[in-house]
Design a protein around this ligand. Sequence first.
Ligand code: 9YW
Length: 423
Amino acid sequence: MTSLAVDETIARAIEVLKENDHGAYTIPTKGLYPFQWNWDSCLTALGLAHYDEARAWTEIETLFAHQWPDGMVPHIVFHVWSDGYFPGPEVWQTGRPTATSGITQPAVAGFAVRRLFDRAKDKKLASERARALLPKIDAWHRWFYESRDPKGVGLVAIIHPWESGRDNSIDWDDAFERVPTEGVEPYTRRDTLHADPAHRPTREQYDRYLWLVQHFRALGWDNARLHDASPFQIVDPGFNSILIRASSDLADLAEALGEKEIASANRARVEKGLAAMEQLWSEAHGQYLCLDRTTGKLVDSASVGGILPAFAAIPAARVASVATTVERLAGKARFVVPSHDPDDPRFDAKRYWRGPVWLVVNYMIADGLAAAGHGAVARRITQSSLDLITESGFAEYYDPHTGEPLGGGRFTWTAAMVIEFLK
Ligand code: 9YW
């Protein structure tokens, strides 16, 4: 891109962020997602910081203002009423002062806050705001290992596909067979009004998503009980490596701010987590796989969740294999990184997390690969991401073969990642 094109693209991305800005938080996109989503906000803050550092800190602070007393940070905060999205607060019934969902999302906050802090032009502002967020993020990390790793193996399980952020990934198909659908209350989906139903999860998947919500609701959203009571317990390598990276970043930040206890608690989580990640490695696939905790077996599904661990400090040999896998995928799809291996017969180029490319995932993988010395592969991912927005605009996700824009349009975190790629 010429420097003029770069400036124009950044200006267009900032327009998207401003359009979706509700003052103290940003919605993912108008229509489809009218509330605050957890990992969207944390990654969006990185884009916001390029033109308004104080506003970037506020984005994350607003999310953490709705942290639960047990430490969990919910995946959605329903700040204002809207009937545009299902399931809304009347389904979740979590009883929070401001309505929230009852499950969580990938723990990118620790990573985002450290990055905001390191890059801050206003160091005084950054120290104050980071210092206040530090114990809250630490409490969230503690919550993860206490509630979602009850046996202390060093890896946490998700208990609902929505927690992974990769809602309808092929990774969950087998485990989902064990989630019943009997007794699901009648409902009307809203997502299919805003996006093509062929590009969204199926009705059957929605039934199971809702069965789990109703099941957890009947247990009073008591996190001391939910993990063991869930028929769906998956150890997702992507989810865990984001938590490990965030723990490492939080430890660095805590050290910089003289918070020794937070630093050492998070270092210990990183060390144990990285050692345990080895159980998820698949030599045959050249990437990590999910572990189904209820059966004790690895899930034979080569999704981008097993490539995302490049974002954490995995061993050099592992990251080299993951880089080779990305190169192999680049030989099969015009745009990388597809959310599933196109060689798998279950791959679907247009259906949400079963094939399409997502720029947030690209950003994290490229960041990790570049840090580990795989600059050429990282640049390939960045170039694909920029080609996609040049051809197809700031979409929610893209067909890896054609580049067709899919899902919601004018998407906040896509725009934020573009600013990150270009700055
Ligand atoms: C839903 C907001 C969210 C993301 C998730 C993505 C999707 C919401 O949108 O989930 O209702 O399915 O899968 O990662 O946070 O952008």
